[in-house]
Design a protein around this ligand. Sequence first.
Ligand code: ATP
Length: 325
Amino acid sequence: MIITVTMNPSLDHAYFIDHFSPGIVNRFQTPRKSIGGKGINAGRAASLSGSKVIISGFLGGDLGQIVGRDLKDENLFELMMLPVSEETRRAITVMHDGNVHTEIVESGPEVSDEQAFHLMNEIKEKLNKENASVITINGSVNSNNKHLYKDLLKYIRTEISNEIPVLMDISGEQLLSLLESDEYKPTFIKPNIHELSELIGKSIPSKEVAIHEMSHPLFNDIDYIMVSCGAEGALFKAGDVCYNVEIPTIDIINPTGSGDATVGGFAYALEQKYSIEDTLKYAMACGMSNAQHAEVGVINKHDVELFMNQIQVKQYKFEPTKAIG
Ligand code: ATP
């Protein structure tokens, strides 16, 4: 069983218009609505892979009810969504003028430390009755505690299990706080190449540069570090060994959530105890399959298995550093 945590789900509305003009009335057709939330997307990919999945997090108000009902109707997961008084957020994307995306994203209900720990306690109770093989924490949280995710990891390690793999697909100051702490380390992180650059405050123009930065001290003692690079595949580091994962070029429909599907696929592959190479292939193939669907987090298991045969995982050999002088 895989448990995913989504602190700040959303009801996403996508509007399409040929030309968008700020400052005047723009009229749209009815939007395409979907549920947003990185842990939900990852859970969807893991469930479609064949895992039993629990989706956990917070929902509030009328929008929260709609999200909860739609998630139930998907019939893919068990829900552990705790109620909050503030309304679940709405996120609006306007696609216009060719391929331009303009987004309006609400900050969503603020999650207090007490509510966050209450959720962790519910997960603990659940795991007293049933075994889980992986916990994932995905996406942002609206909290005034920039150390909240670090604190939650400590809770998982000390109160739930010191053994269970914890995959954390988070970014910004919550990720930085987690990485700067010497206390507890997540099993896996997955910054994309842009998030890696933001994290270490350096421009990263290529995979070649990125792979060297994966040895940055911030990443010490994390078992698995994946840097996803969109259509260019990914880089991966396990201990001292680095891998370059190369994927074939494919036709895509919507790459949004490909990173989330990658994390869901990684969780599934860990649960299945795949080798590192197959875990990477499976995770990448989930990201690729997601990119071939309009819906976010959706994968086709048959396509995933076909893609796995076309993905190359190569150990990366660093050039010896030249002696100076
Ligand atoms: P998101 O935040 O939308 O979930 P991300 O930025 O975290 O995405 P990406 O690096 O864009 O993650 O994508 C994750 C994986 O999905 C890639 O490593 C790759 O395997 C697959 N993928 C993404 N975009 C493409 C694409 N255009 N073509 C093929 N595969 C893709």
